[in-house]
Design a protein around this ligand. Structure first.
Ligand code: COA
Length: 329
């Protein structure tokens, strides 16, 4: 029996297209293979948002000291607002307005947590921001200076720095520290502190790294870590749940006993941010809020006395090879 023609051409393929696709059962729409609901990690989003902000900046075309100072102030003030806007969008909420009267740390905590923070929490975040503001020729600052030394602009240099800070061997370590602590605690054992010790020991014995330990330059304890440890202890006690702090102390003990390694700035920053009720996925972005002051100052320093940064390389390949045309092989 002949098939009945489809009414209204339903289910009839009328053309081939690589532009869009619908998965009707799952309720998904794709543009050129990309799910329209694709989400970006905070540091990826910030990289794009800072780049976008340059289009609106009235001083974007000048690297002179006056315009650079104004751009540095704007970038430093914008960064916490961008982080908060990202967070609100991610939660499907309207961004809460910043409070220009409150100062950067208090306004940021207000935007993120939805309530005016207690004074002591504001002081602690303020201290964290100062402790993270600059740190000689760390990887992201170096990236910013290399970019600025081509006489590129401040926003471009900051975008290079953000991309560099994102890596887990640099600013991304604070988030990894908290994720590690959360995973151990959520694995459900009755003794998370003991589990943190066994976890650290097992990783070290397998030759793996523990995030938040070690440093290229410090051979003694990172002086910032001591302040962060103290603030973590204080906030843990005030929160009534000091498990993450005690897990951190135990890991510190194990890593030192096994490898003679000290915690770096990222180790206790993780629990400090956690106790300040900052969501874990924003930790590296909070680092960028503080480091903006350092990056922009380095860009100004570079522009003020510039020479292209162009190191040499050591050639380790072969010499004297004979070139053969591909079709002669
Ligand atoms: N956990 C365990 N072992 C570590 C370690 C860590 N976090 N950091 C360094 N080590 C060990 C290495 O395994 C290596 O041991 P080996 O000599 O037996 O092979 C030795 O210490 C030197 O490490 P290396 O990675 O070569 O040092 P580096 O100067 O290149 O790296 C860091 C410095 C910061 C990248 C490194 O310590 C690290 O990866 N730390 C974890 C990430 C982190 O916290 N980053 C934030 C930095 S502020």
């Amino acid at each position: 029996m002949a098939e009945r023609p489809s009414r209204g051409l339903a289910d009839v393929v009328a053309a081939s297209t690589a532009l869009s696709d619908i998965d009707g059962r799952a309720g998904r729409l794709f543009y050129r293979g990309y799910d329209i609901n694709r989400s970006q990690e905070p540091m990826e989003a910030l990289r794009s948002l800072v780049s976008l902000a340059s289009a609106e900046d009235p001083d974007k075309d000048s690297n002179e000291p006056g315009p650079n100072t104004r751009k540095a102030a704007r970038l430093t003030a914008q960064q916490p607002v961008l982080v908060a806007a990202y967070h609100a969008a991610q939660c499907g909420q309207e961004s809460r307005p910043a409070d220009p009267e409150a100062g950067l740390a208090a306004s940021f905590l207000l935007q993120i947590t939805g309530a005016p923070p207690p004074d002591r929490e504001t002081q602690i975040l303020d201290t964290c921001l100062v402790l993270h503001a600059d740190h000689t020729m760390n990887a992201s600052t170096f990236a910013a200076r290399v970019c600025a030394a081509t006489l590129s602009d401040m926003h471009s240099a900051v975008v290079a720095a953000l991309g560099t800070l994102k890596g887990p061997l640099h600013g991304g370590a604070n988030e990894q520290v908290m994720r590690g602590l959360e995973a151990i605690r959520n694995s459900g054992g009755s003794d998370p502190v003991g589990a943190a010790a066994s976890h650290a020991l097992a990783r070290l014995r397998q030759g793996e790294k523990i995030m938040g330990f070690g440093h290229r330059v410090y051979r003694a304890e990172d002086p910032r870590a001591a302040h962060l440890r103290e603030m973590s202890a204080e906030l843990a006690a005030a929160s009534g749940d000091d498990i993450y702090y005690r897990m951190s102390r135990k890991m510190e003990e194990i890593v030192f006993a096994e490898k003679r390694l000290y915690p770096n700035v990222d180790f206790y920053a993780a629990t400090v941010y956690h106790y300040l009720r900052i969501p874990t996925d924003l930790f590296t972005s909070v680092f960028s809020v503080s480091r903006m002051a350092g990056w922009t100052s380095h860009v100004m320093e570079q522009h003020a006395d510039n020479r292209l940064i162009r190191p040499d390389s050591e050639y380790i390949g072969e010499h004297g090879l004979t070139w053969l045309p591909l079709d002669a092989r």
